[in-house]
Design a protein around this ligand. Sequence first.
Ligand code: AMP
Length: 187
Amino acid sequence: MVAISPSSFSIFRNYAASARAFGIVRAARAPSFNSHRLSLLLPPHSHRSLFRLSATNDEEANAKAAAANADTGASTIFDKIIAKEIPSTIVYEDEKVLAFKDINPQAPVHVVVIPKFRDGLTQLAKAEARHGEILGQLLYAAKIVAEKEGILDGFRVVINNGPGACQSVYHLHLHVLGGRQMKWPPG
Ligand code: AMP
């Protein structure tokens, strides 16, 4: 039995507050420790933190795996969405831009905005001067999405770039998030 005092809970919660801290927890943990066992010992509200920690770890691993194929020119799941080969809930579409609901929403409103033609834009870091027009169109589409979704009074636009930001799909996209109070700093 692992002895956990109330002060240990608060230390754990503080660590749980950031993915970076999770790295410290993982590095420091005893060989016999696992999150399932710990969840039996922790109060119920801590289970959510454990789940978040585990999800964060998965996201980081997925992002690293995705980055390995980033520059191969391989198509992505978004190509299938553009081609309507797989279903999506489209919120906005024009000749150049497609916006659809995220399959794993992080807020009551979570819409992904993408260029229909990737044109080398696997990620924002690949942007060149010639991409200025489409980048502006994507941002304007984000505003249209926010308007359509009724969140113009408070919304966030996010671009995850590279494994360090947990980018998982290498087709440039904006996340439009809203419908709840957004916190700062972001995780
Ligand atoms: P990122 O992690 O910034 O690369 O964002 C990729 C986003 O695409 C994630 O939020 C996923 O949930 C989302 N996503 C992946 N597959 C689908 C899909 N088939 N339909 C809608 N959203 C998706």
